[in-house]
Every structure is written in C-alpha cells, then in structure tokens.
Design a protein around this ligand. Structure first.
Ligand code: SF4
Length: 299
C-alpha cells in the first residue's frame, strides 16, 4: 500500500467522496452557514469539550447578545460569564473576550501562526478559523478527524500527531480552493456521524471501498478526563453558577461556603481569583476579575 501521507491520488479520491457525501447528508448547525471569522471563533471555542447539539441552542443566543468582536470586546467580564453560564470551562469565555478585544483593536491576524497568538487559541482553533473563514487549505485534526484518519488509512493509533497533521493538510490541499470550508466541515462531520467512536456505520460509509478497518474498526483511545463529580472543577462551577444567578452577580463568602466543602472554599476562591473569574469586594465575592484601576490624569 502506498504511503497515505504522500499518495496524492488516494487523498483526492477520499476528499472527493466525502465532499459528495457531505453535500447531501449532514447535520445542519448555525455555524455551518457562516464564514464570519468571529462566529467561527465563538462556535469553535464553545464546541471544545461540549456537545454540538447543546451548542446549537446556545450559539445563537450568545451571538445575538454579542454579534461582533467589537460587541464582545466592549462587554464586561461578568456580563460575558453570565452569558457563558452552563457551558463550562469559564476561563475560555474570558480568553474569548480577550481575543475579541485584540481583534477589535488590531483586526484579524492573517495565517495560522498569527491566529495562534490570539488569547486562548491553539493550533486546532487557528486552523479551523483559517480554513472556514479565510479559505486557507489547512487541515484540522480534532478527536473525530483523528479517529477516521487512523481507521481509513490503516495507521497505528499511536502514530505521532505530526503525521496525522501532515495527512490532514494533504487532504485539505488535494482539491479546489472553493471547497476549503465545505471540506473542513465534511471531515469533522464524517468522524462525528459516520466513523463514530463505538459504532462506525461502515454499511453506509462513502469511503469504505479501500478501508482496511471496514467492519472491524477498533475503538481509538482518547486521553481520559478526570471524573467531574466531586472535583475542584465541579465545585468551581457551582460557585460561578451561583454568582451568575445572584443579584448584581455578588454573594457573601458565607453563601459560597454552603455550596462546596467548607474546608476547600478558601483554596477554590483563591484559584478563581487567580484565573480572573471572581474578585472580592469587602466581605463579598463578585463575578469577574478585579476592575482595572482608573487611568490617572496625565498617565
Ligand atoms: S468503512 Fe467504517 S471504519 Fe472505514 S472509514 Fe468508513 S466508517 Fe470508518
């Protein structure tokens, strides 16, 4: 078998078959109908670790509240955290706001490397924005894409991430420039809905012909997350959730102590303060980081 990393005609065949499949059969999500880089950024940050069906409800609400990078940049931290409530990983919301502020001030950076320098944006998100919003033919490798690449091209599951990125980039470059965004959507959707983790649908798979895993696909291991229930993350979430619902997004430390194990509250609040998610005001805990000191005249 030719090396899939370099066999251009095999890549072009796979790409063409998946694009034809995607054109007729895919789930319709609001973020699939836009090339606005800000909307792509918001959806990609929301989709990290959270199910697409859940984001389908929350994305339009967030976008109607903060329709542009400038609108998000102008919002206060507490306002953004309230709008983000229930999506988890609240630091992502603050990083998203900081990225929006950068974009509002300086415009969109061009190219993957420059996008990666925005707060909270890693290689995957930078590539998603570059391909979906700016039409750059670069491959994205999330958990779903990794799974189907490994199976379809008969790779070892422990193949270095760099090799999978080379393969994904080869696929992204193996067709017309006009298909860049549909291809990125197709590659992610295929892994999420056909070549799934536990029950791959090989019987209706559009690229099953040359697949060495057809009918015998194994589970591709993914890094396990620590249990959520009873974890610091769950307790931090309980404090933040209560703050988003409290009048003026503030509450006493006594109330916070009632939400989590009392002996952990000091440590948890200190961590939330360090992450800029809460600050103290007298005896109260307030959502969002401490206000920036007002600029002094002449400074
Ligand atoms: S034939 Fe099965 S294992 Fe192979 S790519 Fe298709 S769904 Fe995945």
């Amino acid at each position: 078998m030719a090396d899939p990393l370099t066999d251009g005609s095999a890549l072009a065949r796979v790409r063409s078959s998946l694009l034809s499949w995607f054109a007729t059969d895919h789930r319709d999500f609001p973020w699939r109908r836009t090339t606005d880089p800000y909307a792509v950024l918001v959806s990609e940050v929301m989709l990290q670790q959270t199910q697409a069906s859940r984001i389908a409800e929350r994305f339009p609400i967030f976008m109607s509240r903060f329709p542009t990078a400038a609108a998000l940049a102008a919002a206060g931290e507490a306002e953004v955290l309230v709008a983000w409530s229930g999506l988890g990983y609240n630091r992502r919301a603050l990083a998203l706001r900081r990225a929006a502020r950068e974009v509002a001030r300086h415009g969109w950076p061009q190219g993957v490397a420059a996008l990666e320098r925005l707060p909270g944006i890693g290689p995957y998100t930078a590539r998603a924005i570059a391909s979906l919003a700016f039409g750059e033919p670069v491959g994205v490798v999330d958990t779903n894409v990794r799974r189907w690449l490994v199976r379809r091209f008969g790779l070892r599951a422990d193949r270095p991430p760099r090799d999978l990125q080379v393969l994904a980039d080869g696929l992204a470059e193996a067709g017309h420039r006009a298909d860049v965004a549909p291809w990125t959507h197709a590659t992610m959707e295929f892994g999420a809905s056909i070549c799934t983790a536990r029950n791959p649908r090989c019987n209706i798979c559009p690229i099953s012909d040359e697949c060495p895993s057809r009918g015998a696909a194994t589970v591709i291991p993914v890094p396990r997350q620590a249990a959520f229930a009873g974890s610091d993350r769950a307790h931090r979430g309980a404090i933040l959730r209560a703050l988003t619902r409290a009048p003026d997004q503030r509450m006493t430390m006594r109330v916070a102590r009632g939400l989590v194990p009392p002996d952990a509250v000091g440590r948890l609040v200190a961590g939330l303060e360090r992450d800029g998610l809460v600050h103290r005001s007298g005896a109260r805990l307030v959502l969002g980081g401490a206000p920036e000191p007002a600029a002094t005249i002449g400074s």
